[in-house]
Design a protein around this ligand. Structure first.
Ligand code: NZQ
Ligand code: ZN
Length: 390
């Protein structure tokens, strides 16, 4: 196990009726900008409920809607202008990963005094912290369990054909309200996306090589097994509180840091997935579900021990040669995604062989030329991964 420092300051406020807690969580007398997406929060009444509570205790409440899925830089800059003009001192994101991520960008960009007029440069720091002294503090009300953004300091921001990571330690939400009932209005495809995204987050921290971290392994396996158990249940019975509550907590724990401490991860599926989403507008999880099986097949030698462990502990696969067991584990993963209505081939995204050059060019442009846990996933390997899932 590698050395690590684990720090996660986000207060997770979980369960039914927790929206009321907003009055205790948002600073009194603050000027609060509530951010939301394309309208679901307005239509299903969550936005009004949030506003009613936040408007107490002498606060000034402003709102900014229209943050799109895969939040766009140009949209977010409109909110930055409001924050600067109205001297907003607290941001409250009401939505899924896109609204939460977009709000994180707004929080940092509004404080980036050295970047006024050239805020797009803030998107060039990747997984290195953006050079800001502070960010506007933010909280979240989660309406879509998937990304883990509610309890981490990362964001992914789109700027045309570029979809780029963005992070700063000041971007951990101060609190996140996790009320499973707020997710009951999600359409089936978004619930399925959430299950797949959380599953891939866990796998990308786990499916590497043995790293003498048995507790992290077992925590990862528990989340995977729980998703396999409750995923189909929460899809079939969307109003079943218990199944949905488990999905919400799985999604948060999948990417709030704990299962990834002390181990080297492999985020290659996410990095290739971001290019697919940027170029072909496929939903984040749909891109991942396609890339992952290709990664597993093409990288099966490098990931052999962990693939065998995954097959045995998560899927109960103990019969056959190593190769047969690994293939069976990959097929089980594909079947699981397919059973949720999520495709596992590029053609499911409308992507064909002729598109591969463009994807490769974007990976190169973004410096994604030495991916994986060992940094040995070159562009050639990434191309083979995509060819394996045509
Ligand atoms: O925009 P509205 O109208 O609100 O509709 C949204 C959106 O169209 C809808 N929705 C959300 N909550 C709902 C609802 N519809 C009905 N009822 C509700 N309760 O769902 C649609 C998708 O929302 P979005 O926020 O885009 O989905 P998700 O949570 O999957 O977020 C995806 C984004 O997060 C990034 C992705 O790259 C992508 O941009 N990620 C962020 C990460 C992080 N910060 O750590 C890690 C992830 O790997 C991921 O990259
Ligand atoms: Zn993801």
């Amino acid at each position: 196990m590698l050395n690590f420092t684990f720090f996660n300051p986000t207060k997770a406020v979980f369960g039914k009726g927790q929206l009321q807690e907003l009055d205790n969580l948002v600073p009194e007398k603050a000027t609060v900008l509530i951010t939301y997406g394309g309208g679901s929060a307005k239509r299903n009444g969550v936005l009004d409920r949030v506003k009613d509570v936040v408007a107490k205790s002498g606060r000034t409440v402003l709102e900014f809607g229209g943050i799109e899925a895969n939040p766009e830089f140009s949209t977010l800059m409109k909110a930055v202008a409001i924050v600067r003009e109205k001297k907003v001192d607290f941001l409250l994101a009401v939505g899924g990963g896109s609204v939460m991520d977009g709000t994180k960008f707004i929080a940092s960009a509004s404080c980036a005094d050295n970047f006024v007029g050239k805020e797009a440069e803030l998107l060039t720091f990747g997984f290195g912290a953006v050079p800001v002294e502070r960010s506007i503090p933010l909280g979240t009300v989660v309406t879509l369990p998937a990304t883990g953004s509610e309890m981490n300091c990362f964001a992914v921001i789109s700027n045309g054909e570029d979809k780029l990571p963005f992070m700063h330690p000041s971007l951990f939400p101060v609190f996140s309200i996790l009320d499973p009932e707020l997710t009951f209005t999600l359409p089936e495809n978004q619930v399925a996306n959430g299950i797949v995204d959380a599953f891939v987050h866990v796998l990308e921290q786990y499916l590497t090589y043995p790293q003498a971290a048995p507790l992290q392994d077992r925590m990862a396996e528990s989340i995977l097994q729980t998703l396999i158990e409750i995923g189909p249940e929460t899809l079939a019975k969307p109003q079943d509180y218990d199944a949905r509550a488990s999905l919400v907590w799985c999604a948060t724990l999948a990417l709030q840091g704990l299962i990834g401490v002390g181990v080297v991860p492999d985020w290659s599926t996410h990095m290739i997935g971001h290019e697919l989403t940027a170029l072909f507008r496929s939903a984040h999880a749909r891109s991942l579900a396609v890339v992952l099986p290709g990664t597993m097949r093409v990288r099966k030698e490098q990931k052999k021990e962990k693939l065998l462990q995954y097959g045995e502990r998560v899927w109960g696969i103990v019969e056959g040669s190593d190769d047969e067991r690994i293939e069976a584990a990959i097929v089980k993963t594909e079947e699981f995604f397919n059973s949720l209505g999520v495709g596992t081939r590029l053609k499911d995204l409308g992507v064909t062989e002729t598109d591969l050059d463009k994807i490769m060019a974007n990976l190169e442009k973004h410096g994604m030329t030495a991916l994986s846990e060992r940094g040995d996933q070159t562009l050639d390997v990434s191309r083979r991964i995509l060819e394996a899932v045509l």
